[in-house]
Design a protein around this ligand. Structure first.
Ligand code: ADP
Length: 191
């Protein structure tokens, strides 16, 4: 069992890299953004609750997000491990994840952050917005709000995981395959 948290600002490339990493390490990939978008598309009660927050680029409240994450984890009792992408994004979520995994005799093996300059990331998101259809990628105001949410609520997790000796970072700028190599070099040291 190896549980990895993929960390980074919006647009840092977590989703892209997760596709490679889940194959390589045989992990169950849980992207909270993807799960929320699925619920939005299917107009579920969860989707209806999350919609306003997501449209504005605000974080969805912890209680809702934590419950959803736990439900996703419970769907894969026999997995070799999880690749968490977009979770945790607040200290409360990180605490909940630690407690929840512990209740199963599991833990976070490590966190890897993809680092990149904000200006590059905003450009990437605006580019992605042209084809993704995501309303939160099409408006610079909403994108800026997501960065404010990140700085205020998610950035403290860097120290949170550093305190546990579980924080690692790689340069998120470069060829996709090159970045995958940087990530795997770090992940290969987990265990
Ligand atoms: P990005 O990393 O590009 O912002 P995501 O697809 O990870 O995109 O997330 C999209 C939106 O889904 C976020 O702006 C937020 O509203 C919601 N969301 C995703 N993960 C979380 C989380 N862990 N906590 C709260 N809200 C979340």
């Amino acid at each position: 069992m190896i549980n990895i948290v993929l960390f980074g600002k919006p647009g840092a490339g977590k989703g892209t890299q997760a596709e490679f990493l889940k194959e390589k390490y045989n992990l169950t990939h849980i992207s909270t953004g993807d799960v929320f978008r699925y619920n939005l598309k299917n107009n579920t009660p969860l989707g209806q609750e999350a919609k306003g927050y997501m449209d504005r680029g605000d974080l969805v409240p912890d209680e809702l997000t934590i419950k959803m994450l736990q439900d996703e984890v419970e769907k894969h009792p026999d997995t070799k491990g999880f690749l968490f992408d977009g979770f945790p994004r607040t200290t409360a979520q990180a605490d909940a994840l630690d407690a929840f995994l512990k209740s199963k005799g599991w833990e976070v093996a490590g966190t890897v952050a993809l680092e990149a300059d904000d200006n590059i990331l905003v450009q990437r998101l605006l580019e992605r917005g042209k084809t993704s259809g995501r309303p939160d990628d099409q408006d610079e105001e909403k994108i800026r709000n997501r960065y404010e949410e990140y700085n205020e609520k998610t950035a403290p997790l860097i120290d949170y995981y550093k305190a546990q000796g579980k924080f690692h970072a790689v340069d998120g700028i470069g060829d996709i395959s090159e970045i995958t190599k940087r990530l795997t070099a770090v992940i290969d040291t987990f265990n």
